[in-house]
Write a protein that binds this ligand. Structure first.
Ligand SMILES: [Zn+2]
Length: 264
């Protein structure tokens, strides 16, 4: 499942489409039939943007063709025969194509005006105005477990399941602690660690433990560096105690009962 780093890597790949004109949009899945294809065809791509896990191709009239990859979506820079959607483009006589390949078909594609792109979302994890204080203001009144709050895209956009587990272990915070009990110094540490985990994932081309691929189809290597995610029953890399697994907010959650004690 792509999280902020994986989506950012795809965004960088989409920069290859800058200055290309959309010649044809092929909708190959009836679930995407509401896409107003005629409003996309003929438009020039002027950039690629991202907010949290939401991706967008910026068009020359100010609209954004927005993709949410969800569970298994990938955008690949070739005409792929498995695609749910293919966008064909032309630039300087060359033909280009971006394909949405998405085995479980939960991904969405919509055309939105720039001001409506990501409007229901909280600040992006890398937004410079996002500080520990802001994070506490947005999430710190909740009685939900801290992990559930970190996963809430309306609190902060971009964190998914592996990032939340890695961040909480790095910050030595139990995933089960109620968010309203988290102190400011811990919100600051969580933000810093979350950004660190995302940067590490970016350097490694993202995490390819499920369906995620880079836009050229290659795998990322972040999964080889996981400290806790997917390591339940194995020794903690800090204290050697065996990592435990539980469920928080309906998501499998791995943590160290010693390093991430429930009483802070
Ligand atoms: Zn430990």
């Amino acid at each position: 499942v792509p999280e902020i780093a994986e989506v950012e890597i795809v965004r960088r790949g989409l920069a290859a489409l800058d200055g290309a004109r959309v010649s044809r949009v092929e909708v190959l899945d009836h679930r995407l039939e509401s896409l107003p294809v005629a409003d996309v065809e003929g438009r020039l791509v002027v950039g690629a943007t991202r907010h949290g896990k939401l991706l967008g191709l910026e068009l020359d009239n100010g609209d954004i063709l927005a993709f949410h990859l969800r569970m298994t979506g990938n955008l690949l820079l070739h005409a792929d025969e498995r695609a749910r959607l293919r966008v064909h483009l032309e630039r300087d006589g060359d033909s280009l194509c971006v394909s949405l390949v998405d085995p479980r078909r939960f991904g969405t594609v919509v055309l939105s005006a720039r001001e409506h792109f990501a409007e229901t979302s909280g600040p992006d994890l890398f937004d410079e105005s996002l500080t520990g204080e802001v994070l506490q203001q947005r999430g710190g009144r909740s009685r939900r477990p801290i992990k559930a709050v970190l996963l809430d895209q309306q609190v902060v956009a971009g964190i998914g399941n592996y990032m939340a587990d890695e961040t909480l272990w790095e910050a030595k915070v139990s995933p089960l602690r109620p968010a309203h009990e988290i102190k400011l110094v811990e919100w600051r540490r969580l933000l810093k660690k979350a950004r660190g985990v995302a940067e590490r994932a970016l350097e490694r081309g993202g995490a390819s433990f499920s369906d995620y691929r880079q836009t050229d189809g290659s795998l990322g290597g972040m999964q080889e560096t996981f400290r806790v995610y997917g390591r339940a029953g194995l020794p903690c890399r800090r204290c050697k105690r065996l990592l435990e697994k539980t469920v928080v907010a309906g998501r499998g959650t791995t943590f160290c009962p010693t390093c991430q004690a429930e009483s802070a």
